[in-house]
Design a protein around this ligand. Structure first.
Ligand SMILES: *Cc1c(COP(=O)(O)O)cnc(C)c1O
Length: 425
């Protein structure tokens, strides 16, 4: 890393805590100064020094169509020229709500918010308001945004910095959250048997993407659905990351699970701030002003953000889009595993849809304890060796990776060539 990035990082730290506006960006886990980004196009990024990178972060998920896609940029420019914000309803919001409900049929009603965090916060409030119960069940290593009551044993940033539970969250708040192990069906069933009458809802990442990538074991999501139904609890699938990535209809389509509520974000904003909570009509109609569960937002359904989301969803639902991006992602992980094997490195990789995980471990992990067994020091070396060779991976061993529709054979070949050297670094 040469001087300009270092200078910007030093300057940023004088006014912004750690120099960043979201913790993992600070490169705390992997060390060094983060490149400061200047522009992006398709599968590639350029930093303040003009260095180019192949991007496997995709802004942490949203950029599924690739960066600065002309259709999205045009839609944003057209919307911005008409109005930046009204604080009044618009036709475009109906179109986005209709598109979301069509693509993810468990959503009978949907409300737009500005982030995944807000969506999760609203979903658990709805679950509590609907059931009149307080207890929320979540899973260790799953992240649902920085909502107080969900910031208990959360993944990614919280893990990276060794604060599984944040300071500033009252114990009384955390006491209403029961944390279980991802993929442990027996533990889930025991918990429901003991406390079923207290449980307002269960929130889960159906494919966990905030503790690296962890797939649900066969039967786990089905057990969640069955237990929630049996005990009258609300099943919330947090598809902020998996929505329009694991499949066009999200993980719920891929695994055939119909949740009561779903949270969305990332891709539905196409790079601008949009989140959504939606689901069963009877539960959603408890939200203000129809019902007693309060929720609001000055910039919710913002016309520029909604235009970006709509344009992105149009691209995502084009015939062949999912199949192509899924094949590219599979080629990437197969290639990485082959290069690691050649280099004699203990490593494996897997993908689902356009999300992938890389693990310095012999087999893919199935819960947080197994994720923690990955060789983090080896990851950090690999990360920096890849970065030096122009490949931008998530700066932490606890993050999933993302491929966009703009990634093709040229990017994969270039990435694997870099990996050949990086595995030997
Ligand atoms: C990113 C993420 C969130 C939080 O979304 P923000 O827009 O960052 O608030 C919530 N849940 C999951 C599964 C996520 O990946």
């Amino acid at each position: 890393m040469s001087q300009r990035n270092e200078d910007l990082f030093a300057r940023a730290q004088l006014r912004i805590p750690a120099g960043v506006n979201s913790p993992v960006r600070a490169f705390g886990a992997v060390g060094g100064a983060p490149p400061f980004m200047a522009r992006a196009s398709g599968a590639r990024l350029w930093d303040a020094e003009g260095r180019g990178y192949i991007d496997y972060l995709g802004s942490w998920g949203p950029m599924v169509a690739g960066h600065t896609h002309p259709a999205v940029v045009e839609a944003v420019q057209a919307a911005a020229a008409k109005a930046l914000s009204f604080g009044a309803p618009t036709e475009a919001e109906i179109e986005l709500a209709e598109a979301i409900c069509r693509l993810v049929p468990s959503l009978e009603r949907v409300r737009l918010v500005c982030s995944g965090t807000e969506a999760a916060m609203t979903a658990i409030r709805l679950a509590r308001g609907h059931t009149g119960r307080n207890l929320i069940v979540k899973f260790e290593g799953c992240y649902h945004g920085h909502v107080d009551s969900l910031l208990v044993k959360a993944g990614s940033g919280a893990l990276t910095f060794g604060n599984p539970s944040s300071a500033g969250v009252p114990p009384e708040t955390a006491a209403h959250t029961q944390v279980l192990d991802f993929n442990d069906t027996a533990q889930l069933e025991r918990t429901f048997a003991a406390r079923g009458g207290e449980i307002a809802g269960v929130i889960v990442e159906p494919v966990a993407g905030n503790m690296n990538l962890v797939l649900p074991k066969p039967g786990f999501l089905e057990a969640l659905r069955a237990q929630c139904t049996k005990h009258g609890a609300v099943l919330i699938l947090d598809e902020v990351m998996t929505g329009f990535r694991v499949a066009l209809g999200g993980a719920q389509a891929r695994f055939g699970i119909r949740p009561d509520l779903t949270t969305l974000g990332k891709v539905i904003g196409g790079g601008l701030p949009v989140g959504a909570v939606g689901g069963r009509r009877d539960i959603m109609e408890r939200i203000a002003p129809l019902g007693p569960v309060y929720q609001a937002g000055t910039l919710s359904g913002n016309p520029v953000a909604v235009a970006a989301g709509l344009a992105t969803l149009k691209l995502v639902e084009a015939p062949g889009f999912q199949e192509r991006i899924e094949a590219t992602t599979q080629a990437l992980v197969d290639g990485l595993a082959a290069e690691a094997k050649q280099a004699g490195v203990v490593f494996c990789a897997q993908s689902i849809g356009s999300m992938f995980g890389v693990y310095f471990r012999a087999a893919p992990p199935s819960n947080l304890a197994e994720v923690m067994q990955c060789d983090q020091e080896r990851f950090n070396r690999f990360f920096h060796a890849m970065l030096e060779r122009g490949v931008y991976l998530a700066p932490s061993a606890y993050e999933a990776g993302f491929v966009s529709a703009a990634h093709g054979a040229a990017e994969i070949d270039e990435t694997l060539l870099a990996a050949r050297e990086a595995f030997r670094a």
